[in-house]
Ligand binder design. Structure first.
Ligand SMILES: [Zn+2]
Length: 826
């Protein structure tokens, strides 16, 4: 029995080969591995850091692209270089990740070895306790019990031997790998780094010549810029300084500066003055004849355009207690003193200057007149003229007169191209105004197709040029004519006359004037060709104006040459004509014929105009203008331009085909016929009278005459045809008369003997339609008659609410326009 026990114990210790030496060795191995594990951990972390750093140091190629696109494009492909460099970096990142993989595996095997060591310790402790139990069995224990305990002990010993073996093996593996894995990983990192740096080096070396070239060129540019800047400095130093105020001060002090304005006799001028704010300025009157004004006395050294005292003739104090004004012909400059004594002091100073410098003032006036004398076009180079003839495009500066009461000439940048003239207010092209950059070219679409209906609301009809207050105007040149404006007292002015409005533009020389006119005429001619092509392809069926006007007799053919499907209208003659004939109509001038497109000039086509055109028609118009057509050598649709022009000039200018007496004398309607036609709304008779050159401004007969009865004479005493039509509510006749006002000296606001305008008469008679028509044509609603009544007050007094409302709307629209302009003017 004792032997047995000894056997078992010796079995366990010898078979296990477990000794403090072995355990110490294993513990040392495990300790080393733990250290390795910690170092691997730290190394991995640093690789992770490098990985992340690579990601953030490599420039995103799209940023390079963005930088390039914001500067001028370079010859050198920067973006590609940066794309490649970031590719290299990505490669490196990938390889770093790969090099970490074995290290991660190694960490796992170290952990496994540690587990095996721990498990051996546990097994060993368990064996100890089994062994202890076995040894503590009493000697007299039953044989079976001792046998069982012995067998347990053997089993446990076998398990411990196994786990010891495992632990030894794992630790040996770990220690063996320790010599290999970290080194391998470090090598791979180095190799990856080398590959990365080599790729970068190769790439950068290969492009370095180009990079040097770019650097040289940027250096050269920088140097050139510096040189230019230096030259600028020199040039600026050499440039003449703005003129500093000269002369001796005669008076100075604070004054309020008002508007420089027409003498206020109309109601509109009053409104204008209300809108214009008073600006407090430091005024200085000098003996050199200049009246300077500044925002503050300290401003005095800066150059400002002074007021030329020599232009003025008198100083008057008409208005408020502090106000006074300087008068120059029809214009006045309004000023306001801060207090009463100031006003007297200033008026005395200004008056004494004017008194003392009469000679200078006369000279200035003379010089002014000379400057504004019209200058002839002069002889131009014929070759240049031939070249010009083909030009349809041109751009440059022109001065344009504002439509408001100030009539200020402002500088516009005008571009003629593609059959359009785009004028942009030069003031709006400020370099620092970045909002213009994003907006780009002014929007023209919004104006052209704002309304699909030809019947506009009142406000739109009143202001056919909504862009007046804005900074850009687009004129379609297809429907304009151009002429030199010799009636104005400033030189080099031409007028572009479009259906909507007339724009006066001033060139800077007679050559320029001729060029602009030539170019615009050419553009008109060539865009008419375009219009013809587009309109022949477009279906006219969906055009409501076309459809309505086509209803009238004879409107299927051109009134002049018989060409089918004419699309132009002469709105003062009432005829529908083809494109080719419309061209001749335009050449004859608006006093003969005003041409509008049925398709293009949608705004022009008010309801009354369409009705009037429909009431007339080509058959009726030709019955007036060429009743004896059989004998006329009519120019047909295929006539040459010369034949066509000759025919039309004979028809409308010479009026050669009008009805005649057998004696050859013109068969003129009686003098009262126009008034009678206006009264009866007989639009055909109105057309006949106008064709026979009856005076539209003639006053109705004061006594019975032919069909003009005593009652008519009494009712319409002292009235012209427009008054009669307005009073009778003859909208068709009124429309035709209004369209022919170009032959009227008195115009739309002509007064009858009672001082009443057609508008006033229409209001008094409650003819709302006529009021509307007259408003549309821009009749004045503030003209007072001899009883000091205006159409506005008359409408209110009579309780004509619709009419009052319409006028109010009109006035509001006008006020708003003025307000906008005055804000514009600063
Ligand atoms: Zn024709």
């Amino acid at each position: 029995m004792d032997d047995d026990t000894t056997d078992v114990v010796s079995f366990t210790s010898s078979q296990l080969n477990d000794s403090p030496t072995v355990r110490a060795e294993l513990r040392g191995q495990l300790q080393r591995l733990k250290l390795v594990e910690a170092n691997v951990q730290a190394f991995s972390a640093s690789i992770e850091k490098l990985h992340a750093a690579l990601g953030s140091t490599v420039m995103d190629a799209s940023n390079v692209g963005a930088l390039l696109s914001s500067s001028e494009q370079s010859q050198f492909d920067f973006q590609n270089v940066f794309v490649q460099m970031s590719d290299f970096a990505e490669n490196l990142q990938q390889q770093l990740t790969q090099s970490l993989e074995p290290l991660t595996e190694y960490k796992a095997s170290i952990a496994a070895a540690a587990r095996a060591a721990r498990s051996f310790d546990e097994e060993s402790e368990a064996l100890d306790s089994v062994h202890h139990r076995y040894l503590s069995l009493s000697r007299d224990s039953p044989m079976e019990t001792r046998a069982t305990a012995h067998s347990d002990l053997c089993d446990k010993a076998a398990g411990v031997a196994l786990s010891l073996f495992d632990a030894k093996a794992a630790l040996r593996d770990g220690c063996a790998a320790q010599r290999v894995v970290p080194q391998r990983a470090l090598c791979e990192v180095l190799v990856a780094q080398l590959a990365y740096h080599q790729s970068c080096t190769r790439l950068l070396s290969s492009i370095m010549p180009q990079v040097s070239a770019v650097m040289t060129s940027t250096d050269a540019t920088t140097a050139a810029l510096a040189e230019a800047r230096q030259a600028d400095v020199a040039q600026r130093a050499a440039m003449p300084r703005p003129q500093v105020r000269e002369g001796t001060t005669l008076a100075e002090g604070w004054l309020y500066k008002g508007s420089f304005n027409l003498t206020s006799d109309g109601a509109g001028a009053g409104l204008k003055e209300q809108l214009k704010p008073w600006n407090k300025r430091w005024f200085i009157l000098c003996d050199n004849g200049k009246l300077y004004y500044y925002k503050s006395p300290e401003d005095g050294r800066q150059a400002k355009v002074p007021i030329d005292m020599n232009l003025f003739s008198t100083v008057t104090a008409d208005h408020g207690p502090l106000e006074f004004e300087l008068r120059a012909g029809k214009r006045t400059l309004r000023l306001k003193a801060v207090e009463q004594t100031d006003k007297q002091r200033w008026m005395a100073a200004l008056q004494s200057y004017l008194d003392a410098h009469q000679a200078e003032r006369q000279a200035a006036t003379l010089a002014n007149q000379k400057r504004f004398q019209p200058v002839g076009t002069g002889i131009r180079d014929l070759d240049q003229r031939a070249q010009m003839h083909q030009r349809t495009e041109h751009e440059g500066f022109l001065y344009r007169q504002d439509a408001d009461l100030m009539r200020r000439w402002r500088k516009w940048w005008c571009v003629v191209s593609d059959g359009e003239m785009v004028c942009t207010l030069f003031e709006s092209l400020r370099v620092s105004d970045l909002s213009m950059v994003s907006k780009g070219r002014p929007d023209r679409g919004s104006r052209e197709h704002a309304s699909s209906s030809p019947f506009e609301t009142l406000a739109e009809t009143i202001d056919p040029v909504p862009s007046k207050a804005s900074s850009s105007v687009t004129l379609s040149l297809a429907t304009v004519s151009v002429r030199e404006a010799r009636q104005l007292n400033v030189p080099y002015v031409f007028e572009v006359i479009s259906p909507q409005h007339t724009v006066a533009l001033q060139a800077q020389s007679s050559e320029e004037l001729a060029l602009w006119m030539e170019v615009i005429q050419n553009a008109t001619a060539s865009s008419l060709g375009c219009v013809m092509r587009t309109s022949s392809s477009a279906s006219s069926g969906d055009n409501p104006i076309f459809a309505k006007v086509r209803l009238a007799g004879g409107n299927g053919q051109c009134a002049d040459c018989g060409a089918p499907n004419p699309s132009w209208a002469s709105i003062n003659l009432g005829a529908i004509v083809c494109l080719a004939c419309a061209g001749v109509h335009r050449q004859m001038g608006v006093h003969i014929s005003k041409c509008r497109s049925l398709e293009l000039d949608v705004k022009e086509w008010s309801e009354p105009l369409i009705m009037m055109m429909t009431a007339l028609g080509n058959t009726t118009v030709n019955a007036v203008w060429q009743p004896a057509l059989v004998e006329v050598p009519l120019a047909g649709a295929d006539a040459t331009a010369a034949q066509r022009e000759a025919h039309l000039r004979k028809k409308y200018e010479s009026r050669a085909y009008l009805a005649r007496l057998p004696s050859g004398e013109e068969l003129r309607p009686p003098a009262y016929a126009l008034h009678l036609a206006a009264l009866r709304d007989d639009v055909r008779m109105v057309a006949t009278c106008l064709a026979h050159r009856l005076d539209v401004d003639a006053v109705a007969p004061t006594t019975a005459l032919g069909e003009w009865t005593e009652a008519m004479a009494d009712e319409h005493v002292g009235r012209m045809a427009v008054h009669v039509a307005a009073a009778a509510g003859s909208t068709l006749a009124l429309e035709l008369l209004l369209q022919n006002l170009s032959t009227s000296a008195a115009g739309i606001d002509a007064r009858d003997v009672l001082g009443k305008s057609a508008m006033m008469v229409a209001v008094e008679k409650g003819q709302a339609n006529c009021v509307q028509q007259l408003l549309t044509r821009g009749a004045n609603i503030s003209h007072a008659d001899h009883q000091r009544q205006t159409p506005m007050t008359a409408a209110a007094e009579r309780g004509l609410h619709a009419i009052s409302e319409a006028m109010l709307q009109y006035k509001l629209a006008q006020d708003e326009k003025l307000l906008r302009q005055s804000l514009d003017l600063g």
